[in-house]
Write a protein that binds this ligand. Structure first.
Ligand code: 5IU
Length: 275
């Protein structure tokens, strides 16, 4: 059956990529398909938010280049929180260059993303060589890649034949490409049903999730966890400002919001897999 109708636990058993397996196992163990996107500029706020939401998430999504006071010890602290709270790390780097350049950006520079981020992502715009470049670094480390097949923003150009081509690229690199950033399931996209590949299981991680507002005035568009997980068949909800709001010091409020999104995302999943 289509992966979105199977349990996360069943899918974890069948997935061969170590990062995908780890994410599916973590979701099942913590009964959470919630990822929190921590887009804040100070290292202190970054770690404080992660420590508060950690118990409720399967994954923390980072934009490490936003942090103004980054030092390598921030990575050690992030990894310690990942062990303490049992979550996967996803650096939302959105690589978009030629294979040789992205391999260097992924392995080197200030941030050395491949050394600590279980999952990262890339725009398919350069073609399959971006996957070869990144997998030359990430595959030996057991990492996984998500392709950006769609975006949550108003007027996104990632649609139609572009999205279909992204799915085809992923199908040709299934050892390293574990799924997509997208707004809906991608099974059957770019194929007719009788050509569909029975054992493929792409994870769908979906940003643009919010319960209280429909947008941010800068092009972002929000849908509810129920719309994303139940109606559109996505696997992980990615929530940023809906959880940490504007003030990272409001620990109680952040914790309550994280629990609220976790509960909503899990209820939508249970409704989805119910026979
Ligand atoms: N993000 C999106 N939409 C996309 C992609 C990435 O919002 O299509 I690809 C990122 C941007 C931000 C997070 O880091 O997900 C969403 O944050 P908010 O929940 O605060 O809008």
């Amino acid at each position: 059956s289509s992966p979105h109708l199977r349990t996360y636990a069943e899918r974890a058993l069948q997935h061969k990529n170590p990062a995908a397996k780890l994410l599916l196992e973590t979701i099942e163990r913590k009964k959470s398909n919630l990822a929190v996107s921590v887009d804040v500029a100070s290292a202190k706020d970054f770690l404080a938010i992660i420590d508060v939401v950690g118990p409720f998430v399967c994954l923390i999504k980072t934009h490490i280049d936003i942090i103004h006071d980054f030092t390598p010890s921030l990575i050690t602290d992030l990894q310690a929180l990942s062990v303490k709270h049992d979550f996967v790390i996803f650096e939302d780097r959105k690589f978009a260059d030629i294979g040789n350049t992205v391999a260097l950006q992924y392995s080197s520079g200030v941030h050395k993303i491949a050394s600590w981020s279980h999952i990262t992502n890339a725009h398919p715009v350069p073609g399959p060589s971006i996957i070869s470049g990144l997998s030359s670094v990430g595959l030996p480390l057991g990492r996984g890649l998500l392709l950006l097949a769609e975006m949550s923003t108003k007027g996104s150009l990632a649609s139609g034949s572009y999205t279909e081509a992204a799915v085809q690229m992923a199908r040709e690199h299934r050892n390293f490409v574990i799924g997509f950033i997208a707004q809906r399931r991608m099974d059957g996209i770019g194929t007719t049903p009788d050509e569909s590949i029975p054992d493929e299981d792409f994870l769908i991680l979906t940003p643009g999730v919010g319960l209280d507002v429909s947008g941010d005035g800068m092009g972002q568009q929000y849908r509810t966890p129920r719309q994303v997980v139940l109606d559109s068949g996505c696997d992980v909800i990615i929530v940023g400002r809906g959880i940490y709001g504007k003030d990272p010091s409001l620990v109680e409020a952040i914790s309550a919001q994280a629990q609220r999104y976790r509960d909503d995302g899990w209820a939508a999943y249970l409704a989805r897999i119910k026979p």
